[in-house]
Design a protein around this ligand. Sequence first.
Ligand SMILES: Nc1ncnc2c1ncn2[C@@H]1O[C@H](COP(=O)(O)OP(=O)(O)O)[C@@H](O)[C@H]1O
Ligand SMILES: [Mg+2]
Length: 338
Amino acid sequence: MANPIALQVKDLKTYFYNDQRCNKAVNGVSFEIEKGKTLCIVGESGCGKSVTASTIMQLLPTLSRIEEGEINYFAGDGENAPAIRIDQLERNGAEMRRIRGSEIAMIFQDPMTALNPAYTIGFQIGETLQYHTSLGKKEIRQKTIQLLADMGIPLPERRVDEYPHQYSGGMRQRAMIAMAMACQPKILIADEPTTALDVTIQAQIFELMDDLKKSNNTAILLITHDMGVVAELADSVAVMYMGNIVEAGTVEEVLGQPRHPYTRALLQSIPVLGKGRNQRIAAIRGSTPDAYDRPVGCQFEPRCDFASPDCSSMPDEQNLSDTHRLRCWHPQRDSGSE
Ligand SMILES: Nc1ncnc2c1ncn2[C@@H]1O[C@H](COP(=O)(O)OP(=O)(O)O)[C@@H](O)[C@H]1O
Ligand SMILES: [Mg+2]
């Protein structure tokens, strides 16, 4: 039986405005994450993954606006009604501030989004623990050191009293992850949390996230480029392209029976070591269109080998199973197109 829902996003649209021009960065995204499950969002750079995450956190970049949609956060255990409901008319800022960092936490792509340069790492993690737990001063310090040790930070007893600028980039990232996990959130959003970290530490951090999911029933939204990570950690997968989810389903459905030409190309591409996360996906010809001048129909049409005149209108979403969703005029099968 399905678990209760932790986070529900319905037809979310977040647009950027610049000199009368509009970038439909997130253009009608819907998904749900059950308690104790991990949803991975994958897709090329610029497709709207981070904007989706910051919209859910209600930490929107300047010049952007939620145009439409609804976000429901079900924070407590076994409740049916959402703890907070946000639609484009009502932002619910005060409520959101209360749950941010306790019920819902985010690991950002850039650690300095979350860390304050003026305070020691220990103080910042301790502050989170103090605010959200009933631990005493001494226990907080012990717990903070333990969290840093868990993240593979060397000499945590000494490092705890250092400032962010005394940490390397990778260590800052780990300190931020420690802070996000400190209060055992019910919803954890992790935006490419381990880029810049070496594989051993990556594996360690993913294991800690998985532990949190199991012990605390945390729902995890994990944004990643790494299909290996998806295969290992995801319960379900959503593939994004230019602001839309083009295919979504269980990890078995999306990785095992991909039906969208884009998903298939994504799975064929092998990342090149050392090229970083902005590398273009080798198996797909062309590049993503100008975000301020998008195709009117299927966004993938200009790059798709199976494009036909149908593709100049946006395909509706179709359900291939209870969990497998697809937005494409030409679903693929292993034996060729339908
Ligand atoms: N702060 C910002 N100001 C203006 N445009 C932005 C900003 N952040 C993202 N965008 C635009 O929104 C779209 C989605 O970006 P983003 O969500 O960051 O992609 P990614 O999938 O790589 O995380 C892109 O077209 C990007 O240029
Ligand atoms: Mg991003």
